[in-house]
Design a protein around this ligand. Structure first.
Ligand code: HEM
Length: 264
């Protein structure tokens, strides 16, 4: 057993507190992570959880500091905005975890559910901290802040630059479409972007560049437009070649997304 020199017990205790403040997840976070993993083992709902967290955070406007990762998406009318079709199923699933770990707020839980989903599907570890402030009902964000899948790269820039992202981050974040699928009754689009939509890897970029496109796979106009401008297409190519680079960039961009409007 290591020995603490006389007189330094208080300093050692302080050091332990400092370490646990910055690096150790709280008991509640550990419990919530465990419950999320149980949920994902029983029900492969990881993609919709990633979409829920993104649609909550992606309303952020850096100019006036409104929107962001504050769980305003749980309220009407935001949850009924066209872009959020189908996401009530995800808020209901998160509620089952919230009921068991009430000390964690909704905004934290939505983002934690997404971070754990990416990790569960084999993607990168994404740094996470608790402490987001939940929005109250009157803080719902107006409709029209999320991207329109039918538009091109100038529109993507309008939307993502408003949140404070740059082209490289737009491309990295789009790689989340490695997961999940579109549903005709939600967005009007149908199909998955990759052959293994429960695996988080760089397949989205490989499929985007494939010489012979697989007709069974989906490419939204907002996916294809990443090839329309060199400042985006160069990242599509690099991420298709180098999964580690994609994972590093994705984790950094996802962390930034998950904290928009919080921790200032
Ligand atoms: C699904 C559009 C960016 C994660 C979808 C769907 C559309 C869409 C139309 C299909 C929804 C449905 O029918 O169920 C867009 C557009 C984006 C974008 C236009 C602009 C670049 C992102 C980002 C993320 C993300 C940044 C996460 C970081 C997902 C996931 C799904 C999805 C995981 C699958 C959901 C499921 O399987 O239920 N997206 N998205 N998307 N999106 Fe995006």
């Amino acid at each position: 057993m290591s020995c603490i020199p006389c007189g330094s017990a208080a300093a050692a205790a302080k050091a332990v507190v400092a370490v646990s403040d910055t690096t150790m997840p709280s008991k509640a976070e550990v419990q919530a992570r465990g419950l999320l993993i149980d949920l994902y083992r029983a029900k492969p709902c990881m993609p919709i959880m990633v979409r829920l967290a993104w649609h909550d955070a992606g309303t952020f406007c850096a100019k006036d500091n409104t929107g962001g990762a504050n769980a305003s998406i749980r309220f009407e009318p935001e949850i009924s905005h066209g872009a959020n079709a189908g996401l009530t199923a995800a808020t209901q699933l998160v509620q089952t975890i919230k009921d068991k770990v009430p000390e964690i707020g909704y905004a934290d839980l939505y983002q934690l559910a997404s971070v754990v989903a990416v990790e569960f599907c084999g993607g990168p570890s994404i740094p996470f901290r608790l402490g987001r402030k939940d929005a109250v009902e009157k803080e719902v964000t107006p409709d029209g802040r999320l991207p329109d899948a039918k538009q091109g790269h100038e529109h993507l820039r309008d939307i993502f630059y408003r949140m404070g992202f740059v082209d490289r981050e737009i491309v990295a974040l789009s790689g989340a479409h490695a997961l999940g699928r579109a549903h005709a009754d939600r967005s009007g689009f149908d199909g998955a972007w990759t052959k293994e939509p429960l695996v988080f890897d760089n397949a989205y970029f490989k499929e985007l560049l494939a010489k012979e496109a697989d007709p069974s796979l989906l490419k939204l106009p907002s996916d294809l437009t990443l090839l329309d401008t060199p400042s985006m297409s160069k990242w599509v190519k690099l991420y298709a070649e180098d999964e580690q680079l994609f994972f590093r960039d994705y984790a950094a961009a996802h962390l930034k997304l998950s904290e928009l409007g919080q921790f200032q």
